[in-house]
Design a protein around this ligand. Structure first.
Ligand SMILES: [Zn+2]
Length: 230
């Protein structure tokens, strides 16, 4: 067998080994060991996570919706958007939702940034959220879930737990309310749902959640947060 062919075969099997390990990790409940991101939650519940806000158009209707159904979610906030709308960040916290850190400016790809920039992005958002709300987030989600060993190290250094997701309706792409709702409606106990209330027009996301949340509750699902508590 030629060296080139052997290398191609190794790459092929290596790829499937990595995919398999990722899928194994995604099934693991809890906050994950050894600094790995959490891909799930325990307690037989689901977790709704909402990224990229706060936003004056989409955060308030989402908060109203969650309040109507008495559901607590986790909001991964962007630091510079908190600085623009500190009142909205306070409203999220006052409603009993968990606040998470989603970097200061949402740069991408996050893992490609120099480590000092990654650390400054995380620390900056932490400071903005604390200043606006008095709450110190305990959770971090890398922009686009772009994790690396370096990003996980920076996360751990600042005392934060990394949180990923399991159910991704790609609502940021605006695929239509029906498609977002269908993807979210397949959520099962132990999974973390990913939605967005910032970074663009999120009317489809809010409409899809308005349809799906009552369905999930009717199925007997309960809602928790990756933090377990605030
Ligand atoms: Zn994001």
């Amino acid at each position: 067998m030629s060296t080139g062919r052997r290398a191609a075969q190794l790459l092929h099997y290596g790829f499937f080994a990595v995919r398999g390990y990722q899928q194994y990790l995604r099934r693991r409940p809890g906050l994950g060991g050894a600094g790995w991101p959490a891909f799930g939650v325990g307690g037989g519940a689901v977790a709704l996570t909402v990224d990229d806000g706060p936003h004056p158009d989409w955060t308030p209707p989402l908060l109203d919706l969650l309040a109507r159904h008495d559901i607590r979610a986790t909001f991964f906030l962007v630091g510079d958007r908190v600085r623009e709308r500190p009142g909205l960040a306070r409203r999220i916290a006052a409603a009993g939702h968990v606040l998470g850190n989603h970097s200061m400016t949402h740069p991408q790809p996050f893992a490609a940034l120099p480590p000092p920039v990654q650390r400054a992005e995380i620390a900056g958002a932490q400071a903005e959220i604390e200043a606006a709300t008095g709450v110190s987030p305990r959770l971090f989600r890398a922009p686009s879930g772009n994790w690396s060993a370096g990003v996980l190290r920076a996360t751990a250094e600042q005392g934060l737990a990394p949180v990923d997701w399991t159910v991704n309706p790609s609502d940021w792409r605006r695929p239509g309310t029906d498609r977002i709702a269908r993807a979210l409606s397949r959520s099962r106990p132990g999974q973390i749902m990913l939605c967005h209330d910032g970074g663009g027009d999120r009317s489809q996301t809010v409409a899809a959640l308005a349809r799906v949340l009552p369905q999930l509750l009717a199925r007997g699902l309960t809602f928790t947060t990756p933090a377990g508590r605030r």
